[in-house]
Design a protein around this ligand. Structure first.
Ligand code: MN
Length: 258
């Protein structure tokens, strides 16, 4: 099995090393194509107005001056063109990709691009920031990741479906279990805008996110992470809202236009 590993935190991120180690437990044919710099929040963006630089940094490891989407396209359609990957793994992201995070996430986008290119794709993230012990438990995705991936590969992934796995930032023995979860939604806005001034007195801004817990619905990815469980959520690329689609059909049909 050929595995393509990417991420959005960049080629030197510890989480990428973690996912490479997970992949190495599944196959000896592992390739890495990852962004040169941190692309968190890049979502599913493509580089279209700049040249795409791609450097082989070591054997089977490439750094692309672009987004995770660029990386997966370069991996599948250029670097591994003669023998495309059987699996795309994206992550392990530093921080959750749950609830509305998935719409901003470059990590999820790497898996979306893999799915669009017809490759089974799994995104993995570690919910850094929710524990109080100050440690980052990369050993937890290491401990559970290979088995979860093997189990996911046993099921048929429909076209354009990817799987989003989030790990609680707990020691492996403290993980409460695995939940097949729905995408949740935070019930509060935790974004704040920090205004500062440069040496010329001009304002500039940083977006920041507070680690405030919301009160999520049971069975959602947020709820699972708060409960110390690993969250596994299948996502699909089709964003159509079916009830609204059907309602609109009725409304427009009434006007004789559909
Ligand atoms: Mn990231």
């Amino acid at each position: 099995m050929r595995i393509l590993v990417t991420n959005d935190d960049g080629i030197n991120a510890p989480g990428l090393k973690c996912l490479e180690d997970i992949a190495a437990q599944l196959s000896d044919d592992v390739w890495v194509v990852a962004p040169e710099t941190n692309q968190s929040g890049a979502s599913h963006s493509l580089t279209l107005h700049e040249p795409l630089r791609c450097q082989e940094v070591s054997e089977r490891r490439y750094a692309v001056r672009g987004t995770p989407t660029d990386c997966v396209i370069m991996g599948v359609r250029h670097i591994l063109l003669d023998h495309p990957p059987d699996l795309v793994l994206s992550g392990v992201n530093y921080g959750t990709n749950i609830a509305e995070d998935v719409t901003y996430s470059g990590t999820i986008a790497g898996a979306i691009e893999g799915a669009l290119l017809g490759v089974r794709s799994i995104a993995m993230s570690l919910a850094v920031g929710f524990n109080e012990d100050g440690e980052i438990h990369w050993e937890t995705p290491m401990a559970f990741g290979p088995k979860i991936i093997r189990q996911l590969l046993e099921s048929d992934l429909p076209n354009e479906v990817l799987v989003n796995v989030n790990y609680p930032d707990l020691a492996p023995d403290d993980v409460a279990g695995i939940t097949i979860a729905r995408q949740g939604r935070r019930d509060q806005q935790n974004l704040h805008i920090d205004e500062r001034h440069d040496t010329w007195g001009r304002p500039y801004f940083w977006f920041g996110f507070e680690r405030r817990k919301s009160n999520p619905i049971e069975g959602t990815d947020l709820w699972a992470i708060y409960k110390g469980m690993i969250s596994v959520t299948p996502l699909h690329v089709d964003l159509t809202h079916q009830p609204m689609h059907d309602a609109l059909k009725g409304i427009f049909r009434g006007e004789g236009k559909v």
